[in-house]
Design a binder for this molecule. Structure first.
Ligand code: FES
Ligand code: FES
Length: 161
């Protein structure tokens, strides 16, 4: 299949890529751009480890082709911080110890960031529903939910980006 040139804007930086049209967004981010915070887990849209933001929407990056995101704004876990300052959701994950092996963490951060962009004050149930598609094999779900609740309560307002 003929290769194509696309531009992905990832973490506020433009990347021009010459890719096979079948390249998945997760491959483009990790293998072409070199941002390995986004994890490749199941690659069957089941685990959520590859979640990124496309615009403000959390998307599993193994579920879309890179070409479909041509010209779009993408945020990965590396793009959450601002000049070395952690985003509130990152700080909350640290404060709640919402990670163990850390493999799911990047995806969890992006899914919960997407939720908070859509709904700044989600209920516990809404947080649980939002992360339903993200698997944590260390089963750290409660601390992840508590981390999102911390942000929703405005606990990091003073420190916000
Ligand atoms: S790697 Fe994309 S959902 Fe598992
Ligand atoms: S912290 Fe290990 S998979 Fe979630």
């Amino acid at each position: 299949m003929e290769k194509k040139i696309i531009t992905l804007r990832v973490n506020k930086q433009d990347y021009e890529l010459y890719i096979n049209p079948k390249t998945l967004l997760v491959e483009a981010i990790r293998d072409y751009i070199g941002l390995t915070g986004t994890k490749r887990g199941c690659e069957t849209v089941s685990c959520g480890a590859c979640s990124v933001l496309v615009g403000d929407l959390a998307v599993k990056a193994c579920s879309v082709l890179a070409m479909q995101c041509d010209g779009m704004e993408i945020t990965t876990s590396e793009g959450l911080e601002d000049n070395g300052k952690l985003a509130p959701i990152q700080k909350a994950f640290l404060d709640e110890g919402a990670y163990q092996c850390g493999f799911c963490t990047s995806g969890m951060l992006m899914t919960t960031s997407g939720l908070l962009k859509e709904n700044a004050n989600p209920t516990k149930q809404e947080v649980k529903e939002a992360i339903e598609g993200n698997i944590c094999r260390c089963t750290g779900y409660n601390s992840i939910v508590r981390a999102v609740e911390r942000v929703a309560k405005g606990m990091y307002k003073e420190e916000s980006l």
